[in-house]
Write a protein that binds this ligand. Structure first.
Ligand code: HEC
Length: 126
C-alpha cells in the first residue's frame, strides 16, 4: 500500500514537472508579426502617413504642434517634406537630433526602413 502511494506521488511529480515548462511561440500565435517588411510599395499615403498618425501626430498635428511638438507640424505633405531630414535623424536616433518618438520607444525597424526608402526616393507625394 505504502509502495503504491509512493509510486503515485512519483508519477504525479513527474507529470507536473514534465508539463510545467510550456512556452508560447509568439510567431505561431500571432502570424502577422512574422510578415515581411514591405519595401516595394512604399508611398507617402500608404506608409508614411499611417506611421506619422500612429506615432507622431499626438504631438505634431496641426492642432497639437504648438503646445506639444515644439511647433513642428507633421500632418501635411509640405510640412513632412520640409522636415524629412530631421525626421530621418530623429527616428534613427542619429546626429544631434532629438530622438523621436519623444519619451517613447524607438520605432519598429520596418517603419524606419520604409521612411528611409521614401526619403531616398526624393520624398514623393504619392
Ligand atoms: C510626446 C510628444 C511627441 C511625440 C509623440 C513625438 N514628438 Fe517629435 N518632438 C516633440 C518635442 C517636444 C520636440 C522638441 C524637441 C524636444 O523637446 O526634444 C520634438 C522635436 C521633433 C523634431 C525636431 C528634432 C530636432 O532635433 O530638430 C522632429 C523631426 C520630430 N520631433 C519628429 C517626430 C516624429 C517623426 C515623431 C514620431 C515618430 C515624433 N516626433 C513624435 C514631441 C513629440
Amino acid at each position: 500500500m505504502k509502495g503504491s502511494f509512493q509510486l503515485i506521488v512519483t508519477f504525479v511529480t513527474f507529470l507536473l514537472s514534465a508539463t510545467s515548462c510550456y512556452y508560447d511561440n509568439e510567431e505561431a500565435l500571432y502570424p502577422s508579426l512574422n510578415t515581411a517588411c514591405d519595401t516595394t510599395n512604399v508611398t507617402f499615403s500608404g506608409k508614411i502617413v499611417p506611421m506619422l498618425a500612429n506615432n507622431c501626430l499626438s504631438c505634431h498635428s496641426n492642432a497639437t504642434a504648438a503646445t506639444s511638438g515644439n511647433g513642428i507640424r507633421l500632418e501635411d505633405f509640405a510640412d513632412v517634406r520640409s522636415q524629412a531630414a530631421a525626421i530621418s535623424g530623429a527616428i534613427n536616433h542619429t546626429g544631434t537630433y532629438s530622438p523621436m518618438p519623444k519619451n517613447g520607444s524607438k520605432l519598429k525597424p520596418c517603419l524606419i526602413t520604409q521612411f528611409e526608402i521614401w526619403f531616398k526616393n526624393g520624398t514623393p507625394n504619392n
